[in-house]
Design a protein around this ligand. Structure first.
Ligand code: HAM
Length: 418
């Protein structure tokens, strides 16, 4: 038997109603905040991710699914969506009419990480991206929107962590100080961090290797190196969040795993997922539109790990499964042929219906109706057909109605809406 690829999974019919419930909540909330959906493709040129996420990151160095196309192009299954949304913003000159754009997208991402609970090789993200707004108030607003989503979904026990990563003005100085600091800790650092400590020393702050964590415990903090503009920006974000009643923590070690961030960076963490504690992450990327060939436009966004969000969604949200309103139990082929037409008409009339076409006994049909959790069973036998009336049984109250075949869809609607 051919099995799934490791790190990939099926979202089964029993589970998909939970996904739909979250999606519905996300769409309604994001649209209330002025976001519109964008659906970029899952395959892009490899160069797009190398230039945006950064060559010295785990994602680009070892996690991308990349292949050479038949014409020699290098293509990659997207490991994240931000780069694609930026590409689209530039390619379609969205900035020309109104540089302010708010877009969201929901879909699969691919990273060849070591699979474990909460970490998959195909996983889903809910992304929101805002372009063209420099004001720190938008930073606060998208964090408020994100926190509000968690509360709308009744997810509790989350922590909001924020930090500022500075700008091209103040960051080089910090990087140099950090690099000098790391040079003194070489013997504690893992191979990757030693290699990156000159080119991209901030990655060491994010490394999960215990000895690296120990090495950076006393590392200089970027917050102490911010220029006055970055520091003022961060101050406004914090005070706005406080005003709006959002509990957060400033985490000076928070650097995020992608290189495009500037200024505000944030993560939502939960204690419920073991090692994979980040359920959402994001930040500003004011330089990315320009770096990818567009005009200089500020931007900010975040992505929620959809799979992880579902793992911490309270169980009560599970009762969104679909069930038939009418289960048609027809006995014998004549009855099935007739009742098949009614079942089809019921579904077309917006009344969720299911007919069993197997020709099984009434007893086994009733068993199946119970298993499907049907609200009503329509019993159609030879006698009923002759009389021109069929039986509609309410499975909860056990009440039975005799329903005339003439105008059956409306007759059934009348009974079930009583
Ligand atoms: P990220 O932190 O790499 O950011 O991913 C965002 C979220 O995706 C993580 O917090 C996590 O919940 C989920 N995630 C990441 N990798 C996996 C995995 N292997 N399995 C399951 N879930 C995973 C980004 O991707 C940025 N593009 C976010 C962003 C948008 N920044 C600005 N705009």
């Amino acid at each position: 038997m051919i099995q799934l690829i490791r790190g990939f999974k099926d979202i089964l019919p029993e589970e998909s109603s939970r996904w739909q419930h979250v999606e519905k909540t996300v769409r309604a909330l994001f649209e209330d905040f002025g976001f519109r959906e964008i659906r970029p493709p899952v395959l892009e040129r490899t160069e797009l991710f190398k230039r945006s996420i950064g060559e010295d990151t785990d994602i680009v160095e070892k996690e991308m699914y990349t292949f050479e196309d038949r014409n020699g192009d290098f293509l990659t299954l997207r490991p994240e969506a931000t780069a694609s949304v930026v590409r689209s913003y530039i390619q379609h000159k969205m900035y020309a009419t109104d540089p302010v754009r708010k877009m969201y997208t929901i879909g699969p991402m691919f990273r060849r990480e070591r699979p474990q609970k909460g970490r998959y090789r195909q996983f889903y993200q809910i992304n929101a991206e805002v372009f063209g707004i420099e004001s720190p108030l938008i930073d606060a607003q998208i964090i408020v929107m994100l926190v509000n989503l968690f509360s709308k979904l009744s997810v509790s026990g989350i922590n909001v962590l924020i930090n500022s990563l500075g700008c091209p003005g103040c960051r080089p100085n910090f990087k140099k100080n950090l690099s000098d600091f790391l040079a003194l800790k070489n013997e504690l650092l893992c191979e990757n961090c030693v290699r990156r400590s000159r080119s991209n020393p901030m990655r060491a702050l994010d490394c999960k290797v215990p000895s690296c964590r120990e090495a950076v415990a006393e590392a200089p903090s970027i917050i102490d190196s911010l220029c006055s503009e970055c520091s003022g920006h961060f101050e406004t974000v914090r005070s706005m969040l406080e005003k709006q009643g959002i509990l957060f923590e400033v985490d000076k070690r928070l650097v995020r795993g992608l290189d495009y961030y500037t200024r505000t960076a944030f993560e939502i963490q939960t204690g419920e997922l073991g090692a994979q504690s980040a359920v959402a992450g994001g930040g500003r990327y004011d330089g990315l539109v320009k770096a990818l060939g567009g005009p200089s436009q500020p931007a900010i966004g975040f992505a929620i790990g959809f799979d992880r969000l579902l793992e911490i969604l309270p169980a009560k949200e599970e009762s969104h499964g679909l069930k038939p309103e009418i289960f048609v139990a027809a006995l014998g082929s004549d009855c099935i042929n007739k009742a098949y037409l009614w079942a089809t008409d019921l579904s077309m009339a917006g009344i969720p219906s299911e007919i069993d076409l197997s020709g099984r006994s009434l007893k086994s049909l009733m068993k199946r109706a119970n298993r499907l959790n049907a609200a009503h069973v329509l019993i159609v036998g030879e006698d009923e057909l002759k009389k021109g009336k069929v039986i509609l049984r309410n499975m909860e109250t056990k009440e039975q109605h005799s329903v005339s075949i003439d105008g059956i869809v409306e007759n059934i609607r009348n009974v079930i809406s009583q």
